[in-house]
Design a protein around this ligand. Structure first.
Ligand SMILES: NC(=O)c1ccc[n+]([C@@H]2O[C@H](COP(=O)([O-])OP(=O)(O)OC[C@H]3O[C@@H](n4cnc5c(N)ncnc54)[C@H](O)[C@@H]3O)[C@@H](O)[C@H]2O)c1
Length: 344
């Protein structure tokens, strides 16, 4: 297939591009603005591949998008470009509104114009990659289904919720062949070191405090990034048009459990003393509007598309810690010396 991946120089996008280019042999055009979170080095492995190209483009630039779509001729677009960090959205929501809402709108309009020039059976499909955070927070019981009401609590999740609504509306109003996914928390190699798991790893390696929000009892459902990529490909290939698929790890953990398991893995792989590492945990003032618990009911994607996560948390964390140990030069330039942000 010919596929445009937006945000393909970011964490999940680059894992997706590597899979499409290497494993599937698709022809891929990556569109990315290369913000602080985007990095050419994330795509170094496919830089020499004839079936991949990166264009540095802002998804809000409707004119550039239009010429790229008509030149490249995609069969599908997988839309991952976004401002993605909750703490940054609290400090400054404007970029989130612009990229996540206006950028998605520009992309939808581009696909609409592009499809108007193509035969109906060759229409470009639009896979919109979103988050479980649009559903808000859960109590101790239950899990988000695709029918859960939208109740976003942070500027980030509100902007993603708005983009989901636009995608739905472009389906209902203009018949665009869209699909949506709402996924739980990802982790793995190449994650920018402002998110919880790389923050823990890098703090542990530096012997610096490991910040943890509030009481550390917030629950998230963790998914290894390559499993997310497999879920996205399953939806792209066999998902029903207009349908939403929740993608989850079936792996609920409190933030305190995550920190403890990651520090244990770092101690094991570096030969450091585990008890000394655990003493680095420092509880910090909680994030405003912090959701207490997320959990995904993954029945639909399992039943309809046969997808389920393959990587256990222990294996995924082991691989992730090993990757950060092996790729110091990757994170040394990008990572802030210390983070006071203690959540995913
Ligand atoms: N990380 C998670 O746990 C998670 C979970 C569920 C859903 N998601 C969604 O998956 C997508 C990717 O997340 P990620 O963690 O890889 O994010 P990321 O921050 O690592 O990457 C985002 C990428 O988008 C690019 N970008 C930002 N603004 C842009 C713009 N205006 N034009 C073009 N490119 C732009 C950045 O340069 C970067 O390469 C996002 O849409 C996010 O909402 C993430």
């Amino acid at each position: 297939m010919k596929i445009i991946v937006t945000g393909g120089a970011g964490f999940i996008g680059s894992a997706l591009v590597r899979h499409l280019v290497w494993v599937r042999g698709d022809e891929v055009l990556t569109i990315d603005k290369l913000t602080y979170a985007g990095n050419r080095d994330n795509l170094a492995a496919v830089a020499e591949c004839a079936n991949h190209r990166l264009d540095v483009v802002d998804v809000c630039d409707a004119e550039r998008l239009r010429s790229l779509f008509f030149d490249f001729g995609p069969d599908a677009v997988m839309h991952l470009a976004a401002e993605s960090h909750v703490d940054r959205s609290i400090d400054g929501p404007a970029d989130f509104i612009r990229t996540n809402i206006l950028g998605t709108c520009a992309l939808l309009e581009t696909v609409k114009a592009y499809n108007a020039e193509r035969a109906a059976d060759k229409a470009c499909r639009f896979l919109h990659v979103s988050t479980d955070e649009v559903y808000g927070t859960l109590g101790a019981e239950g899990a988000f289904t695709e029918a859960s009401p939208y109740r976003p609590n942070s500027p980030y999740s509100a902007s993603k919720a708005a983009s989901d609504h636009l995608v739905r509306a472009w389906r209902a109003t203009y018949g665009l062949p869209v699909m949506l996914t709402n996924c739980s928390n990802n982790y793995g190699p190449y994650q920018f070191p402002e998110k919880l798991i790389p923050v823990i790893i890098l703090a542990a390696l530096r012997g610096a405090p490991v910040p943890l929000y509030g009481d550390g009892q917030q629950v998230r459902d963790w998914l290894y990034v390559d499993d997310h990529v497999a879920g996205l490909v399953a939806v792209l290939e066999n998902g029903a048009l207009g349908r939403t698929y929740n993608i989850g790890g079936g792996c609920e953990k409190t933030n305190l459990e995550v920190v403890t398991e990651v520090l244990t893995a770092v101690a094991e792989q570096t030969g450091a003393d585990r008890d000394e590492m655990l003493k680095l945990i420092e509880f910090v003032k909680d994030r405003p509007g912090h959701d207490r618990r997320y959990a995904i009911d993954g029945t639909r994607i399992r039943r309809e598309l046969g997808w389920r996560p393959q990587t256990s948390f222990a294996d995924g964390i082991g691989q992730t810690v090993a990757w950060y140990l092996d790729n110091k030069e990757w994170w040394a330039s990008a990572a802030p010396e210390e983070s006071d942000h203690g959540g995913p």
